[in-house]
Design a protein around this ligand. Sequence first.
Ligand code: ISL
Length: 591
Amino acid sequence: QPTRNWWHEASIYQIYPASFKDSNADGFGDVPGIISKVDHIASLGVDAVWLSPCYKSPNVDMGYDIADYREIDPRYGSVADIEVLIAKLKEHGIKLLMDLVVNHSSDQHAWFQESRSSKTNPKRDWYIWKKGKTEVVDGKEVRLPPNNWESLFKGSAWEYDSLTDEFYLRIFAKEQPDLNWDNPELRRAVHDDMRFWLDKGIGGFRMDVINMISKPADFPDAPVTNPASPWQHAACVYCNGPRVHEYLQEVKREVLDHYPNVMTVGEVPFTSDPALVRQYVEPERAELSMLFQFDIFDIDTGPGGKFTPSNWNLKDLKSTIAKWQQALSFSSGAWQTFFLESHDAARSVTRFGDRDPANRERVAKLLALMSVTLSGTLFMHQGQEIGLANLADDVPVADYPDIETRNFCQTLREQREAEAGGKEVDMSDVEREIRLKARDHGRIPIPWDAAAKNAGFSESDKALLWTPMNTDAEACNVADQDARPDSVLNFWRRMLAFRKEKRETLVFGDFEPLALDDAPVFAYRRRNLDVGGGEDVLVLLNMTASDGVVATLPSDGPYKILETTGAGQKSKAGGDMRGGQDVSLGAYEGL
Ligand code: ISL
């Protein structure tokens, strides 16, 4: 049996600091704002908070471009504020996880400023510099990037710097140069910055794009998948690279092993092979405690990329969930996470529901029930506890501030305009996808109270808010849901307690799907592996808006109804049911 740790059964709440609570009316959430809401966080029953970056940053990518790993950006507060937050959370038994973004830094980081200053600077090799290719066009020499890699934020992944006449690699924005982990001094500097925060008593780290830190030494071209563009999607070339495990084992040996009980969750985008994922977490290596893997999260990514239409269906969703539940579990010796939201995606009620406001709370409860009954450390994102939906249609897409959204729109518009010879182009198809999937929806400020200015998020003028509020605060806010016993918020509270109570089955048990077809109901069983003969849990989820969907219980039994999302089923809670009996589920009802 693998060893049990606190983080196996933890539920973790993600805070996106800019959008949580603004304490000083500048339109930006901040750490004192978070401190003022610790009671709300504790009321959920979560065990840890993952705080998205609030380090010193020019904020090109909302803090994922870090200019100093040991400073808190003044707009968010100070290091002393983080220390207070750690202490306040600790009073409730809640740990704080910091975000570690060390695949790249900001171009404003002192390391990069030195690195770019000259080819002989001692930190030159801390980033990835290349001469690039030279071609003669019309008798003139032109400098071209060293390979065809596309930035995840569009354009070439290489940025030319005339100061030293070389290109640097930047998989994300041009202001986010990639660090060179092949350099041992850089690695030691990262280790030191990690210790800085661990010494303050944090519970661990969420590690941004950690599978990108080791690039193949020869930087080969990516296969051409988009012949219309000179730049090709290259994640298959630079993710899970040749020395990534060596570097993470070093981090473990040099840093993490010296801090007992800390946990790490590594982000591994573009990694759909469970065997690859296992390598980071299997007990013999235990480089990381768990990973964020994106098959479920990216299910609505279209064949041409995130903002192209996708026709995913229920069968895809069921089988993707089953694939990961079965591949990694406590008994398999390799742990994982389960999450439906973060600051990198739109809201789950909108993506997985039917977008009818009348069904919003139903869908939110259904997804909550699903989340707490699946294996893996459960991550929920701020706003998910009230079933926050995407920005409503009355918020213009032009007001969405995210760099991914903006760059995507601009690149596509330019492409279409070039094709149309300068004529007006139609972007409505793209707008539709953005309304559905943009990261901006995951970053909507929390509506604390519909009666307060800016729904209680900030006292600032509306014009100062860094990102638009949603316009549905009346229908969806914390104060209302706190007071309403049947709200999504109170359902989440009850469900997180339920998960703890049934941890033997819901956390440590196995997963067994009942059918992976396209029928409306997603049905699975969680197996209690306790040799003493503990109870299993059967979960039935009507994933559709159709009312009166009938599901037949497996022939074994008897069954007792433990929890239900539907008010209509409430009377049945505690009731017994025979094996083989039919159950009728309402729209988006879970049992
Ligand atoms: O957001 C995405 C798609 O919409 C992902 O491709 C995302 O860029 C990827 O998962 C990496 O995300 C992380 O690193 C980025 C940052 O922009 C994201 O917010 C962060 O979660 C660069 O640091």
